[in-house]
Write a protein that binds this ligand. Sequence first.
Ligand SMILES: *[C@@H]1O[C@H](CO)[C@@H](O)[C@H](O)[C@H]1NC(C)=O
Ligand SMILES: *[C@@H]1O[C@H](CO)[C@@H](O)[C@H](O)[C@H]1NC(C)=O
Ligand SMILES: *[C@@H]1O[C@H](CO)[C@@H](O)[C@H](O)[C@H]1NC(C)=O
Ligand SMILES: *[C@@H]1O[C@H](CO)[C@@H](O)[C@H](O)[C@H]1NC(C)=O
Length: 607
Amino acid sequence: MRRTILFFALFLVVESAEFFPNERDALLQLRDSVNSSVVDLHSHWTGPPCYYNQSKWAGISCSDGHVNQLVLEGIQLTGSLPPTFLLHITYLTKISFRNNLFYGPVPNLTGLIDLEFVFLSDNRFSGLIPFGYVELKKLTDLELQGNELEGSIPPFNQQSLIGFNVSSNKLEGPIPETPVLKRFSKSSYENNANLCGEVVGIPCSISPASPPKAPSEKKKNGLKVWSIALIAAAVTVLVLVSIMFIFFRYFRRSKRKGTQGEDKQGNISIENVVKRSYWSKSTEDPEKTLDLIFFEKDMSVFDMDDLLRASAEVLGKGKLSTTYKAILESGSVVAVKRLKEMNSLSKKEFTQQIQLLGKLKHENLVEMMSFYYSKDEKLIVYEYVPQGDLFELLHGSGIGRQPLNWTARISIIKDVAKGLNFLHQSLQSQKVPHGNIRSKNVLIQQDQNKNYHSKLTDYGFFPLLPSKESLRKLAVGKSPEFSQGKKLTRKADIYCFGILLLEVITGKIPGELFSPENGVTSYVDDDLSEWVRTVVNNDWSTDILDMEILAQKEGYDEMLKLTQLALQCTDEAPEKRPKMSEVLRRIEEIELEPKNLVTDVEDDSIS
Ligand SMILES: *[C@@H]1O[C@H](CO)[C@@H](O)[C@H](O)[C@H]1NC(C)=O
Ligand SMILES: *[C@@H]1O[C@H](CO)[C@@H](O)[C@H](O)[C@H]1NC(C)=O
Ligand SMILES: *[C@@H]1O[C@H](CO)[C@@H](O)[C@H](O)[C@H]1NC(C)=O
Ligand SMILES: *[C@@H]1O[C@H](CO)[C@@H](O)[C@H](O)[C@H]1NC(C)=O
């Protein structure tokens, strides 16, 4: 019963959601009438465009839940703009479609009184410059150059206007002699069909209403050879800069997160990374293992020397290890994890644990292939999973990113639960079988049907870490029992899994606290309990949901149940958290349930 009431409350909240459907509809109109070979807006613009001051939509910026900037530059957008689509985006301050392939009339901007920047240059817009542009009181910069606009220039006279360019169009007639338009030099006007006026140095005839159709000789005469060269050079530079800009924007996210190799220096090899210790060992200590130890014979198709010659690229840097992508000369690719903090371990301790882990085979675990041990160099070679990690998928931004819908999220979560359940079943003797569940350790694979699958990595290091200090660096180091100085059990893994669930549901980064009131972001360093309280806030509303899944109302039942499960998993008291086998069972039940049915089968209230 209580559940039904919760649902009712949930839907009420949605009706008064903080995004503005008119603005969203306007953008969807745009999305559905244009195409780009560079960005697929169709799959990118889903969910609400704004969440407070943030947006995950490419090209959109927001302020207080309203769209205030629309900037889609240089991405080969083609199509004609839907008429008057912008009228409902009333808080717009900037619109830029620079350097695309739009055709048809320029947009009607009537009523957009906050507009300051209008950049429509370098497209194929045609027709007249709307008279309504004269009424934009805050207009600061208007760029229309490089289109096919016709007719005359309206009498712009806004004091705010400090940038203005209508060059390289098909405009004609006298340039209005308003004080503001007189501010701009010839280069704002030149290369048009037949403009006249003082600034372009062409006197207007007595009857300017019907200017003669004489083709423009003046404009060509005015351009000396060197200036053509100069313009060509400038345009080339501009194009190069825009290409670099797009490139930068596209890759910035992955660079920042360090997944594409922060210190990737072209040709580093694994040998550069481990050489010193490897070779010094080999000379002074011939007894030691000098080669990789494989868990299965048929996998040992390469040896340590092959690995050392492989070219390497940093995939990720963690507190306990650095992972490299290594491309062997044979062409095969593996991931090599170089462990830190484990140098006090004896060979026996290390080998025993790694041998145990190496025997584990499961479709939701990243497979260990081999390892290398020396006193001060420990490497583990894993299968390489190319498509990045869950952290990237959830929190990335920028034009290259695709939003992650609910079906994909639940499929990823189920795979993680299966992998973790397998670890808990197979490593009965171990206190904390995984120890490091976090979104960066969930690697993603997409099959041919674009369905997402995931595999866990970084498992089984708990027994290898010598001190409390180094254990703190594992995900289980953020559990309440760890910060209270208690012994960790497998329920610490359940806690981390609960945090992962909340991260997938809310789209928030664990430990990162964002206050919508003042827009300040802070971080929780140790125990994540405060973060859990803040994101879930102990009250049910769709406010907690990641904006990317907010629009998927048919998933609300599942989202609610998964949140309940997450809260049980993150209970402060380890004994109250469910076992992994039960967690998996419940996730499978949630996934199998018919969608969009408000049921009150079980009354597992939260609080
Ligand atoms: C966009 O692409 C779709 C599918 O290729 C096509 O049907 C549509 O006409 C295109 N629209 C424009 C504006 O080019
Ligand atoms: C622009 O839109 C406004 C408001 O809908 C309308 O009154 C006006 O006629 C339109 N202008 C043009 C040129 O279509
Ligand atoms: C106007 O645009 C043209 C073409 O891009 C450019 O060459 C010129 O320098 C611009 N003038 C001003 C004042 O921005
Ligand atoms: C959003 O940004 C505006 C302007 O920077 C600021 O005044 C406002 O408080 C911010 N709102 C939120 C919810 O962060």
